[in-house]
Design a protein around this ligand. Structure first.
Ligand code: FA5
Length: 348
């Protein structure tokens, strides 16, 4: 029996030595789990199978073997714990190494977009008028015949309708607005004087396209209504705008004109900045570029919105945004604005 005891204790020592030796090269948690099951596993672990001889031992032998089993178990558990800790550290270091971020690397630059020159021009123009006390409103691109024509003193069959070739949606009733002037009517319908507004937006005309004409372009409408207002106020206001927008050296020219909704009416030209008024291809060798229509609001228009023309008067203007941008940036071709050519847009 003594021989069997010694043999058993020897087997336990061998098992411990073998387990520790096998533990050395293990370097993944999965392999370590296998090792754990193989030696310490509750069901089929090697230590468990050696313990199964216990009932066959004598009373004296049992405590000796039991104590040895406990020592081996504790030793295996200690090694397991150390190895787990070591693997955890190693896996952490590996993850840190693989996921390392070099914070000193320069960032990847995203191509930055900028405002379209037309949007920027609208912003610059409206800012100037806001500084003069005007508010900014938005209008509708799909209008009705009443607001685009009739209320603006352009009845059906009036020859002035031919001045702007219209894109009709429902002929005689609904259309793509040909001008921002319908917003004069909508503003006066909604508010009481004093009124000072500017209204930027798209307008549409069924026109032949060339270097200075588009079928879709932008206008900015201006409207001022008060008890006291004269043509001199209109001129002063537009001159102030032109000097702020283009510089004090630029000149304005008022030419008598005709619009059914203003009386008197004037078209306003600005001296060409490309040739300094000497004449070039862009200004058709005249030295001037037409940028807006304007005038004193017609009494019929005031009556149409229920204002008393004896009490109130006002001025209105409508400027072409593309023409302003052409003047500002020295561009001789209007179609570049809607051409979506990034080489052109990046230059500005
Ligand atoms: C009008 O549209 C009037 N509603 C302006 C107005 C408002 C007059 C208030 C009086 C009172 P006109 O058709 O001239 O007017 O156009 C005004 C401006 O828009 C022109 O001076 C020009 O700068 C621009 N414009 C006109 N047609 C085109 C076009 N096809 N392409 C680009 N710009 C244009």
């Amino acid at each position: 029996m003594i021989g069997q005891l010694e043999q058993l204790l020897g087997q336990l020592d061998t098992l411990l030595a073998r387990a520790i030796e096998e533990l050395g090269p293990i370097n993944t948690s999965a392999d370590l789990d296998d090792w754990d099951t193989r030696y310490l596993g509750r069901n089929r672990g090697e230590l468990k199978s050696l313990s199964s001889v216990m009932p066959k031992l004598s009373k004296e032998e049992r405590p000796v073997v039991g104590q040895k089993i406990n020592e081996v178990k504790k030793e295996l558990e200690r090694h397991l714990k150390e190895k787990r800790e070591e693997l955890k550290q190693r896996e952490l270091m590996l993850a840190l190494e693989q996921e390392r971020i070099d914070v000193t690397l320069p960032g990847r630059a995203l191509p930055a977009g900028t405002m379209h020159p037309i949007s920027r021009t609208i912003q610059e123009v409206t800012d100037i008028f806001v500084r003069m006390g005007f508010s900014v409103l938005q209008g509708l691109e799909v209008e009705n015949d009443y607001h685009n024509f009739q209320a603006l003193n352009i009845p059906t069959d009036h020859p002035a309708r031919d001045m702007q070739d219209t894109f009709w949606i429902a002929p005689g009733e609904v259309l793509l607005r040909t001008q921002t002037s319908p917003m004069q009517i909508r503003t006066m319908e909604q508010y009481q004087p004093p009124i000072r507004v500017v209204v930027p937006g798209k307008v549409y005309r069924n026109e032949d396209i060339d270097a200075t004409h588009e079928a879709m372009f932008h206008q900015i409408e201006g409207l001022l209504i008060d008890e006291v207002c004269t043509m001199a106020d209109l001129k002063g206001c537009l001159e102030r705008f032109a000097h702020e927008m283009f510089g004090p050296e630029r000149r304005l020219r008022f030419r008598g004109s005709y619009f059914p909704f203003t009386e008197p009416s004037a078209e306003v030209d600005i001296s060409c900045g490309l040739c300094n008024g000497k004449g070039c291809r862009s200004c058709k060798y005249s030295g001037w570029l037409e940028v807006l229509g304007s005038g004193m609001v017609h009494p019929n228009v005031l009556r149409n919105v229920g204002y008393d023309p004896k009490k109130y008067r006002g001025f209105a203007f409508g400027m072409g945004v593309e023409r302003i941008a052409m003047l500002k940036y020295g561009i001789g071709e209007i179609r570049l604005f809607s051409g979506n050519d990034l080489r052109f847009l990046r230059q500005l």
